[in-house]
Each structure stands twice: as C-alpha cells, then as structure tokens.
Write a protein that binds this ligand. Structure first.
Ligand code: ZN
Length: 121
C-alpha cells in the first residue's frame, strides 16, 4: 500500500512537471501557428490570392508545354482555350483568377499572364 502510494505521488509529480513543459511547448507552438497563419492574412490577403493565381498560371504553362510537345508546336505558336481546356483536354476546366483577372495564354515560349497587376511569376 505504501509502495503504491509512493508510486502514485512520484507519478503525479512527474506528470506535473511534464505538463508544465508541455504547456510552454503548447504556448510556443500556438504562437508559431498564430504568426504563421495570421501574417499572410493581415499583411497581404492579395499576396495569397496572387500566389493562388500564379499556381493557375503555372498549371496553364504546363498544359501549354504538353500541348506543344504532343502537337509538335513551335515556341511561337499560341494555343487557344479550346486546345488546353475541356473534359478531353489537358485541364478539365479553365482556371479562374481569384481576383477575376483575365488570363492570356500567350505563345508556347512565353509565360501565361493574368490581367491583375502583381499576378506574375
Ligand atoms: Zn490573377
């Protein structure tokens, strides 16, 4: 009985120390997560939208490159929406800019562009 009681006391002391460490770790992690997730929202909602748009542009450029390769196109050739987008094409649906910009596919040798300023890569 004494032995068991001793064990229990030791355990609770240990877990008390552990939870204190765990608490400060949790606070640290919470601060990190807060900073990580709040900063982009506070300092540049537009920049996160821009990066979403840039992802679309990269996807479009990937499709352009594949289209050019499969159809033996030159860097000066320009694909149309119908060449890249659609259920039977490289991208099922044409991506839309989060800021409602207009995409210009451009030539194979060029990067796709968005009409919104700053939506470039
Ligand atoms: Zn855009």
């Amino acid at each position: 009985m004494f032995f068991l009681a001793g064990m229990t006391t030791t355990n609770s002391t240990k877990s008390g120390r552990l939870s204190a460490t765990g608490f400060s770790l949790a606070v640290g992690a919470f601060l990190l997560v807060t900073v990580y997730f709040c900063c982009p929202i506070r300092f540049g909602d537009s920049s996160s939208r821009a990066s979403a748009c840039v992802m679309h542009l990269r996807t479009i450029d990937g499709a352009k490159a594949t289209w050019a390769l499969e159809n033996k196109k030159l860097p000066t050739d320009t694909p149309t929406d119908a060449d890249l987008f659609g259920p039977t094409n490289y991208i099922r649906e044409k991506p839309a800019c989060p800021r409602f910009g207009k995409y210009t596919l451009g030539k194979v040798g060029e990067k796709a562009r968005c009409s919104v300023a700053g939506h470039t890569y």
